[in-house]
Design a binder for this molecule. Structure first.
Ligand SMILES: [Zn+2]
Length: 442
């Protein structure tokens, strides 16, 4: 049974035909089978159901290549006895590590529900999450996976192994990754993937990294790399080398590894990333918020390194992250001419390329054979939209909440701003209750 979504401005992210003014997508099951003008598609698929979007934008779903579901309940929390954090390490110690130690299954579940739903409202259809919950390691990824399945969101999960809470928690993290990798492989589904999560070099001993490399096998890693200057300083002091060099010595820097941030790295480390075809993920808002510096991702892209765009849990709105990715490099370099091209490339082209390393069918593109992750956006453009100025409309005209409908794997999870199949109001009411009790625990 073919299903058409048409009568909209179709933005394909497909070089073959980037923009169709009165465009239409044809879907069968979970796959895009065709696209073209609405008139052509209606003629070709006469008996197909037709969803009229009345001139809205039709685009591929957005992809977030680095998020933290575990941070959801911290919104608005005030820490009693909390110290003022004057650097990134203090932010981790005073806030995030206290949060992740206090998480239990109910908190993890609430965090997953609200984070995925918020993403869907912002048109995010695929999420690479980096999870930590020292208070409840075993089963944490399975809990998140169950929520993702119930909501119908595409996701890749991993547990951030760290020695910061002692050997037992570190080993539990390794076991959780290993169990979940086996589970995801057995599922053999394009809705759920697993990676091997590592927190960061400065909280991982050589012994633990050896264990992780053994346990991961051919599965790629998802790891914070040289986010704060302390990660670099620690690495030089304890190991006599820089962070990318150290991780590479354990076989962690490969073409299916997400090296997140890469702020305090030098040219030789960039060369290692390039030689190993390793993926870098840029999170500009989070980096500014933590005052950790500005990653030279533009230089890395010039070297041919695959750089994608994430949020690091700062937001679930990829269009917000896009706007800041455009601005941070202009500000950093004192040059208003930079960033225009690269920021949209990271979100639309590179994130799709990253997905291609983990999923069996194309994502982030309107093309025959791609998975049917499609968003519909309410946008009354004050100026013409042409195939040459699409990204200017993304940067200056759109925000996540402009999305009215989100389809994942051929199924609407939000239609005309109604979340389908799950009780959103109840989920948010429960989350507020869980958060209240959680704040007391933290
Ligand atoms: Zn992160």
């Amino acid at each position: 049974m073919t299903h058409l979504i048409g009568n909209g401005i179709l933005i394909t992210r497909n070089a073959e035909l980037p923009l169709i003014g009165d465009g239409c997508v044809a879907i069968e099951g979970n796959t895009i089978v065709d696209f073209g003008t609405s008139a052509d598609m209606k003629r070709k698929y006469e008996s197909a159901a037709f969803d009229d979007v009345y001139g809205s934008l039709i685009m591929p779903g957005l992809i977030n290549t680095h998020g933290h579901i575990y941070s959801a309940l911290a919104r608005g929390m005030s820490l009693s006895g909390g110290k003022v954090s004057k650097n990134f390490t203090q932010i981790l110690e005073n806030l995030w590590w206290r949060v992740d130690r206090a998480l239990g299954i109910e908190e993890i579940k609430s965090s997953a529900y609200t984070t995925y739903l918020d993403g869907i409202r912002n048109g995010v259809t695929t999420v690479f999450d980096h999870h930590a919950s020292a208070g409840k390691v075993q089963g944490s990824l399975f809990t998140i996976a169950d929520v993702a399945k119930e909501i119908g969101v595409r996701t890749s999960l991993c547990y951030e192994v760290s020695d910061r809470d002692g050997q037992q928690i570190s080993d539990a993290g390794i076991a959780e990754n290993a169990d979940f990798i086996d589970y995801a492989k057995a599922q053999n589904s394009n809705m759920l993937k697993a990676m091997f999560g590592l927190h960061a070099s400065f909280t991982l001993s050589d012994e633990t990294l050896t264990k992780c490399a053994d346990a991961a096998g051919d599965t790629g890693f998802h790891v914070h790399v040289a986010e704060g200057i302390d990660d670099l300083n620690d690495c030089i002091a304890k190991h006599g080398k820089r962070v990318v060099q150290r991780l590479n010595d354990f076989g962690i820097i490969g073409n299916n590894t997400l090296s997140v941030h890469c702020i305090h790295i030098d040219e030789a480390e960039k060369d290692i990333l390039k030689q190993n075809d390793c993926i870098v993920v840029h999170n500009p808002e989070s980096n500014m918020g933590n005052a950790v510096g500005c990653s030279d991702v533009l230089g890395m892209m010039d070297k041919g390194i695959l750089v994608g765009l994430g949020t690091d849990g700062f937001t679930t709105d990829m269009l917000e992250s896009l706007k800041v990715a455009n601005l941070i490099h202009k500000h950093q370099q004192g040059d208003p001419s930079v960033g225009w091209a690269q920021a949209p490339q990271m979100l639309f082209e590179k994130n799709a390329k990253i997905c291609a390393r983990f999923f069996d069918k194309p994502l982030g593109i309107i093309d025959r054979g791609a998975l049917a992750d499609i968003i519909i956006i309410d946008y009354n453009a004050p100026t013409p939209i042409t195939q040459d100025n699409i990204d200017a409309h993304m940067l200056f005209g759109l925000m996540g909440r402009s999305v009215t409908s989100t389809m994942i794997n051929g199924k609407y999870v939000m239609r005309n701003r109604d979340i389908i199949d799950v009780d959103e109001s109840k989920i948010y009411a429960d989350s507020r209750q869980v958060a209240k009790e959680f704040w007391d625990k933290v």
